[in-house]
Structures are given as structure tokens and as C-alpha cells.
Design a protein around this ligand. Structure first.
Ligand SMILES: [Zn+2]
Length: 378
């Protein structure tokens, strides 16, 4: 509650939590002793007695996260408020194996360059895409890090957490936006594939075996395109970065006008840039994808009664407004709860770094709110 309120008094905490004043005083005293919160001035005395305001102490501890992408590794460090205190993107060599040794060196290299007191870094989280491996192909690395993790924890002397990109991004947005734990909060992560993450009651919702959030495999057409998952009409066959690039490459006029022959991310970038610079055909490709994503998002919002939704991931980095606009109209028109409350649709401020920031947020949350963290590390 202190985190989401920015500043708050003990009296307000007692009112909001239903705990007694003495209980709040004890808890606040312990948290101040731990350095997690501190007093930062007083309320205005014109409204009666001046009361001390308390807030999170940002630099009390830090979390570090690595987002292991296809061709880059995004390294992020955040403080206790979710503020980014360090960020570095390094290329990932083709066929590079991530062993404990290499990850430990990367961690040491990254943290050495930041002005963080030793002993305040609470751990490292590794985040990877949640996508299904292609049937028959060998995974590029020990994808659940089952052998790497114990070795890495020993090297670093700190916990190592593992998570998928969409779930991590949701927790990162939850921290950096100071979302209240009362909100039913969801995040859509638009990348090569599509994922979602949910924070309910202040904790990530993970499902039976950390598989919650497969929004990309919500079918929007039971007789539609085949998906490697075995289903038909999965929304990521229509609205993922991969699907959007494929649709643009099939469009003869677009193919002649835009540079679409490079990597998937450079082709997508060309489409998004053209769309926001007035290219009607490029806009159309993204708008159709956004409309389809809207259909799947409505099902998700209805199932989970979400009241706040953030769009993030590299897919919304440049032309996110097209997706946000479509989703808002779709939800305003079709969401089951629209008569009772409007679903807030927001765009991430750092969509490309969201998974890395989220990874670091996993570490911070596990450190200060262990009851709300049930990462695979547990
Ligand atoms: Zn599927």
C-alpha cells in the first residue's frame, strides 16, 4: 500500500487495511528499521494535526533482470519503486550457450558499472519467451535453466529466478506504474508471439504449472488458420509480429515500397514506421491485426474481469497507438463489464525493455513481498 500510494500516513494505512493503529505502528517501525520505508516530511497542518508521511526508500535494495532475446540480451537494474537505475543491451552471439559461467560474468560486468552498494542486489531473474518450441527442433539452450540455475546461484551467492517474458512484463508494469493490489491488472505482450500476464491481489497469476497467459492461443476462428499448438484460428496466427510481417510480405504493393527482406524485427519496424508516417497500406495491415487482437483481448477481459490493461512488448514500440485505439473501441463496444466500469487500456512507456524491467521487478518483489511471489524459484 505504501508503494502504490507513493506517500501515505499511518492513519490512512490503518483505515485502508482495517488494522489497528498499534499494529500499523509496529509494522511501520519494523519496515523503517529494515530500511524499506522512511519518513519524508509531514502532512499540511491546516487540516488539523500534522502527520508524518511515509514512502518507499528507493535505494534500499535493487533487483537485476536479464531478458534473453533471440539476438540481444537486455540487462536492467531497478530500485524498490520500480525505477530503472541501469540498462544495457548486448548482442547475443548466434548459437551462444548460456552456461552459469557466462551468465555470472555478464552479471558481474553489468553490476560493476552501476553505482549500487554491494550487498543490496537481491538477486537475478532470467526471462525468456514462453513460446512453444517448433516440433522436432532442438531447444537452443537449457530452456528451463534446471542445470544452470543452482550453479549460478552458488556463483552469485544470490537467488536466481526464472520467468517468461509476458508474465515478467506484467509484474514490471505493476511495479513501475505503482498499480494498486486491489486492481485486476493484465498486460498483453506483443512480440514474435503473443502472451499475457496477470497480477491479481498483488501477485502474478501463474496457473497450474507456470503456463497462464497464453493469450496468443486464444482462438478467434474455430475453423481458421492452423497453429502449431494443434488448435485453429489462434490469434497469434493473425496479430503477432511474425504474422504481421508475413501479411506485409504477401502484400505486393507493400513489398515493393518497404524494406521487408531483412530480419523479422527490422521488417516489422519498417511496417510500423510507415504506418505512423501516413502509409495507408501499412496502417491497414496493423489495424487489421489490432482488430483481431481486440477480439481475443475482449475474451480475456471477460474471463478474468480485468479492469486495467497495459499493452507492451517490442510489437507496440513504434505504432502502439494503433493497437491501443483498436482495443479501446473493441472493449468499449463489447466488454461484458462495460456498463459497470470502463476497462482502462494503456501503453507501456518502455515497451522494448518491459520484459527486462519485469525480470528485475521479480527480484524486488521476491525480496520485499515474499508472500506475493511464487516464482519457479520457490
Ligand atoms: Zn495455437
Amino acid at each position: 500500500m505504501v508503494r502504490s500510494s507513493v506517500t501515505i500516513t499511518r492513519v490512512e494505512l490503518a483505515e485502508l487495511t482495517g488494522l489497528t493503529q498499534p499494529s500499523i505502528s509496529n509494522i511501520v517501525r519494523d519496515l523503517i528499521a529494515d530500511g524499506i520505508i522512511h519518513e519524508i516530511g509531514s502532512t499540511d497542518s491546516t487540516l488539523g494535526r500534522r502527520r508524518k508521511l511515509i514512502a518507499i526508500s528507493p535505494a534500499n535494495r535493487f533487483g537485476v533482470g536479464f531478458h534473453l532475446g533471440t539476438d540481444t540480451v537486455t540487462c536492467v537494474a531497478i530500485d524498490l519503486t520500480g525505477g530503472v537505475v541501469g540498462r544495457e543491451v548486448v548482442p547475443r552471439l548466434p548459437d551462444e550457450e548460456w552456461d552459469a559461467d557466462q551468465l555470472a560474468l555478464r552479471f558481474e560486468d553489468f553490476t560493476a558499472g552501476l553505482n549500487m552498494p554491494a550487498g543490496r542486489i537481491e538477486g537475478l531473474a532470467l526471462v525468456t519467451p514462453a513460446s512453444l518450441p517448433d516440433p522436432g527442433s532442438e531447444p537452443a539452450y537449457d530452456s528451463d535453466f534446471s542445470t544452470v540455475r543452482p550453479e549460478l546461484e552458488e556463483r552469485l551467492g544470490a537467488p536466481v529466478l526464472i520467468e517468461n517474458d509476458a508474465a515478467a512484463a506484467a509484474l514490471g508494469e505493476f511495479w513501475s506504474r505503482r498499480v494498486s493490489r486491489e486492481q485486476a491488472f493484465a498486460c498483453i505482450y506483443l512480440s514474435t508471439d503473443i502472451g499475457a500476464g496477470f497480477v491479481f491481489g498483488g501477485a502474478l497469476h501463474r496457473g497450474a504449472n507456470f503456463g497462464a497467459g497464453e493469450l496468443g492461443h486464444v482462438s478467434i476462428d474455430y475453423d481458421g488458420r492452423k497453429c502449431p499448438c494443434g488448435n485453429r484460428g489462434c490469434v497469434q496466427q493473425y496479430a503477432s509480429v511474425r504474422a504481421i510481417v508475413a501479411a506485409a510480405r504477401e502484400d505486393v504493393t507493400l513489398r515493393g515500397r518497404l524494406a521487408l527482406d531483412g530480419s523479422e524485427s527490422s521488417a516489422f519496424d519498417a511496417i510500423a514506421r510507415a504506418a505512423v508516417n501516413g502509409d495507408a497500406d501499412a496502417y491497414q495491415v496493423l489495424d487489421v491485426a489490432a482488430e483481431r487482437l481486440g477480439a481475443a483481448a475482449t475474451s480475456m477481459v471477460n474471463l478474468l474481469n480485468v479492469d486495467r490493461l497495459v499493452l507492451t512488448g517490442p510489437g507496440v514500440a513504434r505504432a502502439g497507438s494503433i493497437f491501443a485505439r483498436r482495443l479501446r473501441t473493441h472493449l468499449d463496444r463489447t466488454a461484458h463489464s462495460r456498463q459497470r466500469h470502463q476497462v482502462a487500456v494503456e501503453l507501456s512507456a518502455q515497451p522494448r525493455d518491459a520484459a527486462g524491467i519485469g525480470a528485475a521487478a521479480l527480484v524486488v518483489q521476491a525480496s520485499v513481498a515474499p508472500g506475493h511471489s511464487s516464482s519457479q524459484a520457490a
